[in-house]
Design a protein around this ligand. Structure first.
Ligand code: HPA
Length: 271
């Protein structure tokens, strides 16, 4: 796998030149961050050797290099989901490439369904921890010690310092942010009421179909991670609204300005 990672990293380095230390995975709700990146260079996934191509509506596929405020960043516009049929190694391949390019800090965003009864649609949830309910772990298989340890700790999968900084920024800007545990599931079905309830009982605050694989690999690779969810729908035994892809997109769109304000500032201030 290292050869493939290197091949892809070499291709990107040759195209872009100087590499940033910060990467952002633009999930649902953070797409518009692209408009704030200056001096952009786009590399379509279809042109990148060994890169898969995203298949989901609403997720375009480009790597973007540029400046966000004063900081050089790399952004993934569109990510790869397990439900699309990719295996875990493919879903997380871009994170391996990031590491090979010298990325030290990874920011991830997503849309998620809320189980926590305090949550409202449109809330922003800083991810403090996760529960991996994917049927697989991206690190399953022979471990390559050059990529990371066999048994990596996940005690601080989401960097506490970055969480603190995000809280400060939200407070300064008067934006309500919640904290919570993200439950990662396969999808593509949304959950049954009983499943939302189950995820709440086991300690989850929100549930979604991404992020956990990338965060596991980023931690394995020794990167610092910050994650944030937009709560796009609510689920539980008393909830009768039916979530749809369109509604998720709409709610994420509405929350986007808040999300962006926090992320822009956080990326700028993070070390
Ligand atoms: N469940 C799973 N994934 C999601 C949801 C949900 O309710 N909302 C947005 N992504």
């Amino acid at each position: 796998m290292i050869t493939k990672i290197q091949e892809t990293a070499d291709y990107i380095r040759a195209k872009v030149g100087e590499m940033p230390k910060t990467a952002v995975i633009l999930g649902t709700g953070l797409g518009a961050l692209v408009d704030h990146i200056e001096d952009k260079k786009y590399i379509p996934y279809s042109e990148i050797p060994n890169f898969p191509v995203s298949t989901v509506e609403g997720h375009s596929g480009n790597l973007i290099f540029g400046r966000l405020g004063s900081k050089n960043i790399m952004a993934m516009q569109g990510r790869f989901h397990y439900y699309e049929g990719y295996d875990m190694k493919t879903v997380t391949f871009p994170v391996r490439v990031m590491k090979a390019l010298g990325i030290e800090t990874l920011f991830v965003s997503n849309a998620a369904g809320g189980m926590n009864k305090e949550f409202k649609v449109g809330d922003i949830m800083i991810i403090t921890d996760h529960i991996n309910l994917f049927p697989e772990n991206p690190l399953r298989g022979k471990n390559d010690n050059n990529l990371g340890p066999r048994f990596p700790a996940m005690t601080e999968a989401y960097n506490h310092q970055l969480i603190g900084l995000a809280d400060e920024i939200a407070q300064e800007k008067g934006i309500r942010v919640m904290h919570g545990v993200y439950v990662g599931v396969t999808g593509p079905t949304f959950e049954t009421p009983a499943e939302y309830e189950f995820f709440r009982i086991i300690g989850g605050d929100a549930v979604g179909m991404s992020t956990v694989p990338e965060v596991i690999v980023a931690n394995h690779a020794g990167m610092k991670v910050f994650g944030v969810s937009v709560i796009t729908d609510l689920g539980g035994k008393d909830v009768t609204e039916v979530p749809t892809h369109e509604e998720v997109q709409k709610a994420a769109q509405a929350a986007q300005p808040k999300m962006m304000e926090i992320m822009r500032e956080l990326v700028a201030r993070a070390e």
